[in-house]
Design a protein around this ligand. Structure first.
Ligand SMILES: C[S@@+](CC[C@H](N)C(=O)[O-])C[C@H]1O[C@@H](n2cnc3c(N)ncnc32)[C@H](O)[C@@H]1O
Length: 430
């Protein structure tokens, strides 16, 4: 466990739900936590010592249960030892329920000299999280600064899942692309993050276009795209849209065809993986002809709803969010401002959710395959996740899958997911 985290969260299992709420508010700000180590199969003491060693600060959630918990007391003792070695290591007690007089006396022996926070004094958990950061001298990560994800379509499970996703999403994309293609008699099209070309070819089927350039960082996928779809009218090139070589590769292809720019840029399920989405959009703006349009499809888990509430869905969303391959799961909401910053105008949001009832429920099973079938997740080891809890939840989700899917197929659950479809324009020059 060499990984470093910002906060170690110590709590009693009896307060798991409350602890999860606070951890979720902390993580909202991009701050990382060690949490739930007790479920680990590894040696508990070794695991805890390591985790505290690899944390910047320590938060203990004080309740009558946690004050009486031997594990919590061990963790506090270890944190006090750590603070002796490193005075910058803060210990932050957070009271989450009123303590009995007896418990107050006990815990005062350990933590009486420290500055305590009382969760009851804050309007919500995000305000509490900010107070914790202030006391820990922690700078929350700025939301806009993303990390590129490790997304790959190398694993068969992801290829199958993506295919299902595209068959379904194309029902929406088609409506918006129809409007876009009507504007250009024979457009030059750039597809960013084209993968093996299947999706863009599906979306271009039956449409008139002059030339298609697909770009992707995945060399094998690009080779496959060229093999299946390469022609006079279509070329696929391996390059990274966030780097200089992207321009060189694009210009080379444009030159060959006497093009000065593209009329339509298509980018589907890619911005969330880039880390540098703002820079990528600025580059794409330069490659668009004046009067040209960009089409963007991207995801945002803020619009996810499962009704009636089920922990199963929450667990699936949590696993997705913490997979190292799933990228920025709040990208959808950021796109309008990123487009504006890059110079685009007429930014239009065509729709922001898809639901299990769309198209008369015809795609109900495909909808399930998007996020809720663990057999279609490439997750095979803890290394696939950015925290241990997500990996730990996998077995829980696997065990409940068949029962939950049957209930969903029976119409017992209604689900919406945040999938945003945007278009925007590069204004004609005067
Ligand atoms: C979720 S897939 C989407 C593929 C396709 N657009 C679709 O809708 O089916 C994301 C794709 O973006 C590609 N990608 C990720 N980062 C990239 C980058 N910096 N430049 C170009 N492609 C990238 C990945 O290799 C992958 O093929």
């Amino acid at each position: 466990m060499a990984d470093h985290r910002d906060l170690f969260i110590s709590y009693s299992n009896q307060n798991l739900t409350r602890a999860e709420q606070i951890v979720s508010a902390v993580k909202y700000f991009g701050v990382t936590c060690w949490f739930q180590m007790r479920d680990s199969k590894k040696n508990y003491v070794e695991e805890i010592n390591n985790a505290i060693n690899h944390s910047s600060d320590f938060v203990v959630l004080l309740s009558n249960a946690s004050v009486s918990s031997l594990m919590v007391r061990n963790e506090i003792a270890r944190a006090i030892y750590q603070q002796k070695k490193d005075p910058a290591f803060s210990i932050i007690p957070v009271v989450i329920e009123e303590l009995t007089e007896e418990n107050m006396e006990v815990i005062n022996l350990f933590l009486g000299s420290l500055n305590w926070l009382d969760a009851g004094n804050y309007n919500d958990d995000k305000s509490l999280a900010l107070a914790i950061f202030e006391q820990a001298n922690l700078e929350p990560v700025h939301e806009e600064e993303g990390k590129p994800s490790n997304y790959s379509t190398e694993k068969e499970a992801e290829r199958i899942r993506l295919k299902e996703q595209n068959a379904f999403f194309n029902q929406y994309a088609k409506m918006y692309l129809d409007g876009l293609f009507a504007k250009y008699p024979s457009p030059a099209v750039l597809d960013v993050g084209c993968d093996n070309g299947d999706n863009i070819m599906l979306r271009l089927a039956g449409r008139n276009y002059k030339f298609l350039l697909g770009v992707d960082t995945n060399e094998a996928a690009v080779a496959e795209a060229n093999e299946h779809y390469g022609s006079e009218k279509a070329a696929f090139v391996c390059c990274d849209v966030t780097r200089e070589d992207f321009f060189r590769s694009a210009f080379k292809q444009m030159q060959k065809r006497g093009l000065f720019g593209f009329d339509i840029i298509h980018i589907s399920a890619v911005l969330l993986h880039l880390g540098k989405a703002a820079e990528a959009l600025k580059s794409l703006y330069l490659l668009l002809n004046p009067g040209g349009s960009i089409f963007i499809q991207d995801e945002d888990d803020g619009m996810n709803v499962g009704y009636p509430y089920s922990q199963y869905f929450e667990d699936c969303f949590y696993i997705w969010e913490h997979s190292k391959e799933s990228g920025d799961r709040r990208m959808g909401r950021k796109i309008p401002l990123l487009l504006k910053e890059a110079g685009f105008s007429s930014v239009t949001l065509h729709s922001s959710t898809i639901s299990s009832l769309d198209f008369g429920g015809k795609y109900r099973e495909a909808f399930w395959a998007l996020y809720f079938d663990p057999n279609l997740w490439a997750a095979d080891s803890a290394a696939y996740f950015d925290n241990y809890e997500a990996f730990d939840l996998l077995s829980k989700v696997r065990a409940r899958h068949d029962e939950m899917k049957a209930a969903y197929m029976n119409g017992d659950y209604f689900i919406t997911l945040g999938v945003f479809f945007y278009t925007a324009v590069k204004e004609e020059e005067d």
